[in-house]
Ligand binder design. Structure first.
Ligand code: BG6
Length: 288
């Protein structure tokens, strides 16, 4: 299928009918639905579906830079590039084969990208909907240059929630975090679980590989499982910032929470020929 700008989108469905949709623009996942047709990712009603904007919602990929921690544009350039489908994807690890419900997208730097960031790489993103209906994303980044480079990465995951005031996140307790609202100062999380009553913009450091997001009102629990992605970004713009954002409705901050698997604090370094793999799998588990 194609979106309104003629950009190709790939729709993947598992045998039970759960689905995901990914755009070649940015390699951005725009939808993840249960076999009942319920959408699990947030997309703003004010989202601008017109390049060069990445869509406000889904899962934009921040690469090779997170935020403004570096010389590149905010969150790097990958989310604003046209990726290509690899029609003949190589077999990866047997755990990453996902039957027929997957697609491999590739990004290689253009001449312009190389002027901004002089490192030749190949980024292979496998997006899959598993037999259970989980959304799996496997990133493989290879250095095809003759000198080492370092990068950061985040899967900027906009979860769809019923009410930000009713949500809690588990798996981040006692961790250190960098607070983007306080000049990236380092703090230690004190609470048992994380709840929300104002703007949050943090990078939690070296978390365990399972994070849970409980949404009481909708009785949904998201589970985020990750490998190779030590950090977790938690972001909600809250009222004032939401009002200042053209592509987010004034009240929509209540229906979204970003929880990203990421590698930010310690950038990943690849020597020539080396490859890095990062895995993220999102699932829904019955609420207790
Ligand atoms: C978050 C950052 O991850 O992304 C925030 O920590 C930022 O500081 C947000 O505002 C959204 O970024 P953008 O570029 O998509 O508006």
């Amino acid at each position: 299928t194609r979106d309104r700008n003629g950009i190709e989108e790939i729709l993947l469905r598992n045998p039970r009918g759960a689905s995901t949709r990914v755009s070649l623009y940015g390699g951005q996942v725009l939808s993840w639905r249960t076999d009942q047709g319920e959408e699990l990712l947030f997309t703003s009603s004010k989202a601008i579906f017109k390049p060069p904007n990445p869509v406000r919602g889904g899962i934009p990929i921040c690469f090779p830079q997170f935020g403004n921690r570096g010389a590149l544009e905010q969150h790097g350039f990958a989310r604003k590039k046209l990726w290509v489908v690899d029609g003949n994807p190589p077999p990866l690890h047997p755990n990453d084969s996902y039957g027929k419900s997957f697609v491999d997208l590739l990004l290689k730097p253009s001449e312009d990208d190389l002027k901004m960031w002089p490192h030749s790489f190949e980024f292979r993103l496998r997006v899959a909907i598993t037999a259970e209906g989980n959304l799996a994303m496997v990133s493989r980044i290879r250095n095809i240059n003759c000198k080492p480079f370092s990068f950061s990465i985040a899967y900027h995951t906009y979860l769809s929630i019923s009410d930000i005031n009713e949500v809690r996140v588990e798996g981040l307790e006692t961790l250190d975090y960098l607070d983007n609202l306080l000049r990236r100062e380092r703090f230690t999380e004190q609470g048992d679980t994380l709840t929300f009553e104002s703007e949050v913009d943090r990078v939690y450091l070296s978390s365990s590989d399972v994070i849970s997001v409980f949404d009481h009102q909708s009785k949904r629990t998201f589970q985020i499982r990750k490998k190779g992605l030590p950090d977790v970004v938690v972001w909600n713009p809250w009222e004032k910032k939401a009002k200042a954002m053209a592509d987010l409705g004034d009240e929509e901050y209540k229906q979204m929470l970003c929880v990203d698997g990421a590698a930010i604090e310690k950038p990943i370094t690849l020597k020539p020929g080396e490859e890095w793999t990062g895995r993220l799998e999102l699932s829904l588990i019955p609420s207790s």
